[in-house]
Design a protein. Structure first.
Length: 371
């Protein structure tokens, strides 16, 4: 089998060939593939849905393990809740759709997010006022350093905004733990969880803190995301991205510089338990980007880049721009290279820092290149 290009495995559709490639369709196959590569001294890149990954145009010289395990199992239930165990390679949005259909509450506002379930606790995926930290019961993962399967509860996962202990723990510069399965505790009900996000509440016609029917929450979130180019559509180049490229900056309240206008949006910050952190303030990365001069559709002028593949041969790059629907997404307009996306990311990041003195942090995993 000819190893695929990373461009074929990622939503941004950039990245060169994998030197070694394994498609792993069971937990044991994932463990075996990672363990074999580690034993051989090869670098390992674990790929699920590829929705949060930018891979270099030269490709990946190690082993790409494509996690393709599927399945949802009810492992416990009572009158008020259900505990689901979901395989790491299972489509995240398919899980959300199933939960809504079965009147299970807690992840409905996370509809439309591309990628696989195993990635969600690593990044503490969140949107429209929900995070997976609110429903994750535990994570089962392969520990590459200790060479054993481990289970992590919420306390050990140390969830915070777009972060977890799994994300921070590395071995030889790559993730130490490979997620195999995740358990979620979801409540029973016909209405969604209390709506915590103002934009969603307005579209639903409810007040923040009120509830709306599960199906209506999902439909509304999908419509909101589609309007921002955040629901995958092969016919829409605005969706060829990693979603939000930069996280919303969280700063000490005392560190907001004088260059930040008073009308710049500011949002409260809470910990994983929902407790407010009075000394922290969250800013809108999208607002900062737009008001620093990088509007929707912004792209860099210039010609195609000259790059090298794994064997040193020249390959051509392409073009990239901010989404025409949302300034947080860096999009592949048809033939962009990873170098194009990174050049655009650096321009936006440096421009925001110059205008407002705020450093933007990239959200995707970036392999073989730098922002």
């Amino acid at each position: 089998m000819t190893p695929p290009h990373l461009a074929d495995l990622t939503t941004a559709a950039v990245g060169g060939p994998a030197r070694h490639y394994v498609r792993a369709e069971t937990e044991q196959a994932v463990v075996d593939a990672v363990a074999e590569a580690d034993a051989a001294g090869r670098a390992v890149l674990v790929v699920g849905g590829g929705s949060n990954l930018i891979a270099a145009d030269a490709g990946y010289a190690g082993t790409v393990v494509h996690v393709a395990s599927r399945g949802v199992e009810v492992v416990a239930e009572d009158a008020g809740s259900v505990l689901l165990e979901v395989q790491a390679g299972h489509s995240w949005d398919a899980l959300v759709a199933q939960a809504v259909a079965e009147e299970l509450v807690g992840i409905e506002a996370l509809s439309g997010i591309p990628g696989t379930t195993g990635a969600t606790p690593v990044q503490n995926v969140g949107a429209y006022g929900q995070e997976v930290a609110q429903t994750v019961e535990f994570v089962r993962a392969w520990d590459r350093q200790d060479r054993r399967v481990r289970e992590f509860g919420p306390a050990e996962l140390e969830f915070s905004y777009r972060d977890s202990a799994l994300k921070r723990s590395t071995v030889d510069g790559s993730p130490r733990h490979v997620v195999l399965a995740v358990r979620f505790r979801l409540a029973r009900g016909t209405d969604g969880a209390p709506v915590r996000y103002g934009e969603l509440a307005r579209r639903l016609g409810v007040e923040v803190g009120e509830r709306a029917p599960l199906e209506r929450v999902r439909e509304t979130v999908l419509a909101l995301r589609a309007g921002k180019g955040m629901v995958l559509d092969p016919a829409d180049r605005d969706t060829f991205s990693t979603g939000s490229f930069f996280t919303n900056p969280i700063l000490p309240a005392t560190a907001l510089g004088s260059r930040l206008p008073l009308d710049a949006p500011r949002f409260p910050v809470v910990d994983a338990a929902g407790n407010p952190l009075e000394d922290r303030v969250k800013l809108s990365a999208a607002w900062l980007i737009d008001h620093a001069g990088f509007g929707k559709g912004f792209g860099l002028p210039g010609t195609r880049n000259e790059l090298l593949d794994l064997d040193g041969a020249a390959v051509a790059g392409g073009r990239a721009s901010l989404s025409t629907k949302h300034t947080l997404a860096l999009t592949n307009r048809g033939d962009a290279s990873a170098a194009d996306l990174m050049a655009l990311a650096r321009t936006v990041r440096d421009g925001v820092a110059s205008v407002y003195g705020v450093d933007l942090v990239a959200e995707p995993v970036i392999v073989g290149t730098a922002v």
